[in-house]
Design a protein around this ligand. Sequence first.
Ligand code: ADP
Ligand code: MG
Length: 614
Amino acid sequence: MSQPEQHSFQAEIQQLLSIVIHSLYTDREVFVRELVSNAADACEKFRFLQSSGQTPAAEGEIPPGIQLKTDAEAGTVTITDTGIGMTREELVQNLGTIAHSGTKAFLKALAENQKPDTKLIGQFGVGFYSAFMVSKLVTVYSRSHVEGATGWKWTSDGGQGYAIEPAADLPRGTRIVLELKDDAKNFAEGSELKRILHRYSNFVTFPLELDGERVNTVGAIWARSKNEVKEEEYQAFYEYVAHDSEPPRYRLHFTADAPLAIQALLFVPSKNHEMPGMGRGEPEVHLYCRKVLIEAKPKALFPEWLRFLRGVVDSEDLPLNVSRERMQDSDLLKKLNKALTNRFLKFLGEEAEKDAAAYDSFYSEHHRFLKEGILSEWEHQAALSKLMRFASSATEAGKTTSLAAYVSRMPEGQKEIYFLLAPDRAAAESSPYFEVFRAKKYEVLIVEEPIDEFVLDRLREFDGKKITSAEKADLTVEANPEGALSDEDAGLLAAWFKLTLGEGVKDVRASKRLVDSPVVVVESDQFMTGSMRRTLKMMGRESMMGQETPPDLELNPRHPVIVRLNTLRQTDADLAGLVVHQLLDQARLAAGRLEDPRAMLDRLSKLLSKVVGA
Ligand code: ADP
Ligand code: MG
């Protein structure tokens, strides 16, 4: 037997190895992913050759597959594949020199950053060397698929170089034996390796066995065509990725070629698991490249407000078109993010069309995320606005409308979209702000959650129609009926109101919109509504409101109390004064702007005394 040939590693590889071995200790388990993904690549290449008829028939009988074996006693892990294998030249070339621009980029990144991130290992395509993070000796046995090829044994301790010698009786493929370092012996435990394989390699396409047991049972169903996947398979996969035994609300399985090659399988859980006040959930969609996990739950894959999604995105553009070292490339992730988000929002729109009831139940569970999307960025506002649903004065109780449907019902003459924040439908319909809408038969969206007001405020318009709070609507009921104050009298009375109320109001004017109520307070700050003010107060965000200005007061020249007041102020100024103050407090109470209603009690007693003639 001849002596093994000794070879030195290229200088860069020595440098790389010393960094890999001496400074990367966290996340060492990625070596499993790297070696499995190399094995899967080798199988994939073999399958390609086979399918294009380039492999001798006899070789083709060994199907491509991957096996791992642990030996806790010996402290070794062996990974065997029946893939393409390597010739002697390929062993020298692939495992001993830098063939990848990625390796150079990796070294550069390390030079700039003393404590490198181990995630980089895989991303920079220096995967094979990660074996040395955990091994004191690595032996690679390999025989190429090429006809007449003989086997070779490659060994290295990760130091200066490696040895290479012929090896007899090898089947096609590659077997890598890792002799684990003393502080890495845990990787020779079957249970530990099983956990790691489940994490990184559960969806490898080729059969993957660990100590004789099949590991990847679920399969990369996202990479199969939709009509080939059974419902049960989807359900099993969903349970696996979402850890949720309830069936998902929605499922979106799609492939795209442009702008990026994407295979995605996304789910919307039936329940929103994020409790208010309990903090934000994590994004839960994993990123794969050709069925090998690139990153679990990457943050930048979707906008944060889509964090309720579960599933998998696979893009082969990640390492192929754009070499692996640029995985971190924010442009690429941004592109992916945009394509995925647009596709998902389009999907929601289609589902809403298809089955409104199902969409409603999705919406009632997850609407807050969509609203967060509107409030947190401009980019998807237009698409999101179409997905909003609101209760409305025109829908039956319990039913909602879209903004598009609202617009389609707008009568001639109605220019804007109106909404009113109220605790419920009954409260909205009995609100003084609602009177003019009832009179004009204009529809009002009834929003029950304070966040909706901010959302609508942010949207500003829909389909070219301005969105306006009912409190601020510039609308007029029809001409004054008989017995109402003349415009002139109403003006004089308003001036007297202001004189009487002093600083309590900013401005008093005759109202054109009140029907049944004598007065109403109106926010004098054009950027605020009364309900917004209440919400900000509730959240302890008074600072956002700016200086608190007193409200404006509108009086209803058709209301008998107002009509009578105009004469009463001349005959009994005292009593008229009491009534005016009382009217203001009532209006403030109705608008939620009366801090302490007990202040009214003293005045009410005085009024009651007058009424009973005491
Ligand atoms: P990458 O996989 O990104 O190319 P690696 O460092 O992981 O980088 O592997 C280097 C090269 O070694 C691979 O490109 C491949 O040609 C070869 N190789 C590694 N493992 C195997 C294997 N199990 N079978 C065949 N070739 C392999
Ligand atoms: Mg690799």
